[in-house]
Design a protein around this ligand. Structure first.
Ligand code: 7TS
Length: 398
């Protein structure tokens, strides 16, 4: 049996999404900006896709949603755009973010620091999140932007976006959230949360890879990252990925309907909890950040005495795909930075395995995975000498 439990890395494209995209490769292939009929039908479908995107994140008609190549581009654009508009050509010089953002935020912030921007990286608490008042404490008169993810990709832990939005509005600071892991897992309402910008990637919610979006609230200036043609109302140059945009719209419609969100909340959560509880029956296992306040599909579990990479290898032999953290980082064997940020001891930081589920997983798959995971834990602990010396403290939590 093959069981895919790495949906925070990427998801399967839904068949209906694929069907909606198909005509836009070989049949309707004209450039949407051309004046002839070869792209006829493209505009209508693109407009419909945009409608689905606006509805999915509850944007106002006057706001902009710009199609990008994904969350990495969207995150880069917000940070670099605000740097240019507010810091380089303005009075401000400070950005507030967290220690546990995706590298598309943290690496961009590091780059901006080299350019003289001051960045505060807020640490997370033992629950793997931050409290909104902490953000208030760190906003300064010269703060240009607060950028805080909606849901963490490793742990699924949620951040208090609505409360932070209130604070940013009171303090008159721009607010961005990387919502890549939130869309399709819980309601995302950009207006209610007072957001100026959000980033997302279609492939995290059953759309295609290499396409995503940046929400920009009406009236917000953001210097483009790409200059060239006048596509996307002059916000982003370059011929848009038509099929990708249409697929992303379909996927957004699919995953943000009330029924789909309820299914995620009930069905996917039940499968995740079954898997998690079964692993927690094994000694010396702990959910990083605890089990409260998370996306329904994710669990990051530390299994004392079992090197995360060894576990992944063993599971892969049995047809199960999981992760030790970001696939983007899986080529180096550095300890998981998110677990480090939790203050875990260094041994523990190497023992995290992330299981991220989707609507396509079945109970049968989960039962199979449980059997194989338990077998792997026993086998790997059997050959791990360090486990015998593992400190008892592990049992008490982090
Ligand atoms: N932001 C978050 C929160 C993410 O989880 C990811 C991908 C990205 C941005 C980047 O998305 P992209 O589509 O531009 O690549 N996260 C992961 C992950 O957790 N494992 O593999 C990729």
């Amino acid at each position: 049996m093959k069981v895919y439990l790495d949906n925070n890395a990427t998801t399967k494209v839904d068949e209906s999404v694929f069907e909606a995209m198909k005509p836009f490769f070989c049949e309707i292939y004209g450039n949407p900006n051309s004046l002839h009929d070869f792209g006829a039908g493209t505009h209508k479908k693109m407009a419909q896709a945009l409608d689905y995107l606006y509805d999915g994140i509850r944007a106002n008609d006057e706001d902009d949603i710009v199609i990008t190549s994904g969350a990495t581009e969207s995150n880069n654009w917000v940070l670099k755009g605000v740097w240019i508009d507010e810091i380089m050509h303005g009075e401000k010089k400070h950005i507030v973010t967290t220690e546990v953002e995706h590298p598309a935020i943290t690496a961009t912030c590091k780059f901006l620091e080299q350019q003289g921007v001051e960045v505060t990286y807020l640490p997370v608490n033992e629950q793997g999140t931050i409290e909104a008042h902490t953000v208030r404490d760190f906003i300064r008169d010269d703060t240009a932007l607060v950028s805080i993810m909606w849901a963490n990709n490793e742990t699924g832990k949620l951040f208090p976006i609505e409360e932070i939005g209130q604070i940013c509005r009171e303090k008159d600071v721009l607010f961005h959230s990387d919502a890549t892991q939130a869309i399709g897992k819980l309601p995302v309402d950009v207006v209610r949360c007072n957001l100026d910008f959000i980033s997302f990637s279609a492939h995290k919610f059953h759309g295609p890879k290499g396409v995503g979006g940046l929400y920009i609230k009406a009236g917000r200036k953001l210097t483009p990252l790409f200059h060239g043609g006048e596509q996307m109302g002059g916000r982003r140059a370059g011929t848009v990925d038509v099929a990708g945009m249409i697929g992303m719209g379909e996927a957004m419609k699919l995953v943000t309907s009330p029924g789909a969100l309820a299914h995620e909340e009930n069905y996917v959560r039940a499968l995740r909890d079954k898997l998690e509880n079964a692993i927690l029956e094994m000694e010396d296992t702990v959910v990083i950040g605890g089990t409260e306040n998370r996306t329904p599909n994710t669990t990051l579990i530390s299994i004392r005495g079992v090197e995360g990479e060894a576990m992944l290898w063993d599971l892969n032999q049995n047809g199960i795909g999981a992760s030790t953290g970001s696939a983007c980082a899986s080529e180096d064997l550095e300890a998981n930075p998110v677990m480090n940020a939790f203050g875990s001891d260094s041994e523990l930081a190497h023992t995290g395995v992330r299981f991220s589920l989707s609507r396509y997983n079945t109970m049968e798959e989960i039962e199979y995975a449980i059997e194989k995971i338990k077998g792997a834990i026993k086998r790997l602990r059997g050959i791990s000498s360090s486990y015998a010396y593992a400190p008892e403290s592990h049992k008490s939590g982090l």
